[in-house]
Write a protein that binds this ligand. Structure first.
Ligand code: NDP
Length: 289
């Protein structure tokens, strides 16, 4: 059998980041300061720490100044609010993001509300989400924006296609669905209460898996010659105790029937970071004009 085309998010993200660093160098020479990103992290969740390191490394490579704020586990809501307020006022900072999840004693939603929407590079503030619903330009959340960019760069037609998004989180599934709708797909959103999920996913020309369940989408759930985008990042350990990342899609069997598929790692995850840098530069340019 022939295998699906691999949508190489990692290579594409590297190309985008190289373009961004050229643009940043020009912006720096024109305006005399680099774009800046502030990352707030609370506690020592190892996955979060790895994501934050990845973001800071990507900033450094692109010439974007990063302002890391790493707080201990027991930090109070007030202290975080004061930090966000200071960052809202700080002219060196174009983007502010709060690395989720936060410890239970903190109210993440109320912190997100406090970020100046013009600096909301994660696109999770209600104003950013409202702009997406209304079809207004604005900062788009990075993971679904990364999926849209991947589809665009690989010239995958979205207009008029049946898109099925499995997952309805505010972080991925909902904004993903709205972005596909904005691009003129016919969109269905599935979730844990969906009946006949398999019939639904088999109708998808473009299937997006944002579920958080290891290898949940199997070949029998996929339409032949469709495009399968795997947003899932799940850490599993094999029999030898080695841990690795796998997606929400059973890659080895689905690649035998799909037309195109994203790998995990090296697919959507890499694009997410590229879109974060893109949003930071966008926010910078808006603040200069
Ligand atoms: P959530 O847990 O917030 O949402 C999962 C969604 O999947 C929910 O809407 C849930 O439905 C649905 N779901 C769960 N079980 C089933 C099922 N059996 N059948 C159908 N639907 C189901 O996860 P996130 O949206 O935050 O993340 C999803 C995945 O994407 C995770 O693996 C996460 O690690 C990854 N991720 C990857 C990123 C990247 O950069 N690539 C960024 C962010 C997340 P219900 O609403 O009914 O509970």
């Amino acid at each position: 059998s022939t295998y699906a085309h691999i949508l190489d998010g990692k290579a594409l993200a590297q190309r985008i980041q190289a373009q961004i660093s050229e643009e940043v160098a020009q912006l720096l020479s024109t305006f005399g300061r680099p774009p800046g990103l502030a990352v707030l992290m609370v506690g020592d969740n190892p996955a979060s720490a790895a994501y934050v390191r990845g973001k800071e490394r990507a900033c450094a490579k692109a010439g974007i100044a990063s302002f890391g704020h790493h707080f201990p586990e027991n930090t109070s809501q007030t202290e975080l609010e004061q930090t966000i307020e200071a960052l809202n006022q700080d002219e060196r900072v174009d983007g502010i993001l709060v690395q989720l999840p936060l410890p239970d004693h903190l109210n993440a939603v109320s912190l997100l509300h406090q970020i100046n929407p013009d600096k909301d590079v994660d696109g999770l503030h209600p104003v950013s989400l409202g702009r997406l619903v209304r079809g207004e330009s604005g900062l788009r959340s990075c993971t679904p924006a990364g999926v849209m960019r991947l589809l665009r760069e690989y010239q995958i037609e979205v207009k008029g296609k049946q898109a099925v998004v499995v997952g309805r989180s505010i972080l991925v599934g909902k904004p993903m669905s709205l972005m596909l709708l904005e691009a003129d797909a016919t969109v269905t959103i599935a979730h844990s209460r969906t009946e006949n999920l398999k019939e639904l996913t088999r109708s998808a020309d473009i299937l997006i898996a944002a579920i958080g369940r290891t290898q949940f989408i199997t070949a029998d759930m996929v339409k032949p010659q469709s495009v399968v985008i795997d947003v899932g990042i799940n850490r599993v350990s094999d029999s030898s105790g080695q841990s690795r990342l796998v997606g929400d899609v059973h890659f080895d069997t689905v690649r035998e029937i799909a037309q195109s598929i994203t790998p995990v790692p090296g697919g959507v995850g890499a694009m997410t970071v590229a879109m974060l840098l893109h949003n930071t530069v966008l926010s910078y340019k808006r603040s200069q004009s």
